[in-house]
Design a protein. Structure first.
Length: 238
């Protein structure tokens, strides 16, 4: 398995906030970062310049920052660990809800990829954290959770070379190739019954196409109303 870069907790925190506010390529302002991180705007600006030099963001003075593909990869990974830990702390360890976020923040930076995978399996591939935010897809090179479960030797697992977003995370005028479907074998069967499969082309034109708990999308030239539970677990390559 490819070695991960050693990235400071401070950098991970910045990238996590950028992802939370701009996972679809939206520009995140210095003001937003300053407020969420509790750091002076001048210090934020200095860090953004450093992150740009590292190739993690594209920074435009007086406007804000956008994650690059590499920055997105790191941001999704740390966000995923945080939200899985929140789920574990609340549902399994029964930690008080008001303490869950802070404890997950402390633990996310030291949680190994192997332990993250084990938590995901134990929690049955969760799609939402306790605050109902999407848990990003793992960065392991699988097309489904069943593939992951069948690979017992963690050292043989490779990292995915591209980033993913679920249908429910997409903005208007988004399209891509379905590359990962998360969930139990029962959910995968339900998705397959709609003729949704790995390799299909998906497009999502307007946010108004979300009606109630369904998303109107076009998959391989066919319009489909995808229920929210499925939308949370069908990921396209971005």
């Amino acid at each position: 398995m490819a070695d991960s870069k050693n990235i400071s907790e401070n950098i991970e925190e910045y990238l996590e906030v950028l992802y939370r506010n701009g996972s679809n390529g939206e520009q995140v302002s210095t003001t937003t970062l300053s407020k969420e991180l509790g750091i002076a705007p001048g210090s934020v600006t200095q860090m953004l310049k450093k992150l740009e030099d590292l190739g993690y963001i594209t920074y435009t003075p007086y406007k804000g920052a956008v994650l690059t593909d590499e920055g997105m990869k790191i941001a999704q990974k740390i966000t995923r660990k945080h939200r899985i830990l929140e789920k574990f702390l609340l549902d399994v360890l029964k930690i008080k809800e008001e303490n869950v976020h802070d404890q997950a923040c402390e633990m996310e930076h030291t949680l190994s990829d192997e332990a993250e995978r084990a938590l995901c399996t134990m929690l049955h591939h969760p799609d939402l954290c306790p605050d109902d935010n999407i848990i990003p897809a793992c960065n392991f090179d699988f097309e489904s959770c069943q593939e992951c479960f069948s690979q017992k030797d963690f050292d043989q697992i490779m990292n995915r070379k591209f980033n993913l977003l679920s249908i429910s995370e997409l903005n208007s005028n988004a399209e891509g190739t379905i590359s990962f479907i998360r969930g139990s074998s029962e959910l995968l069967d339900e998705i397959s019954a709609l003729n949704i499969k790995i390799g299909s082309h998906l497009s999502y034109e307007y946010n108004e196409n979300r009606v109630g708990n369904h998303y109107l999308v076009v998959i391989d030239d066919e319009e489909l109303n995808v229920p929210l539970e499925m939308a949370n677990n069908i990921f396209i390559r971005i």
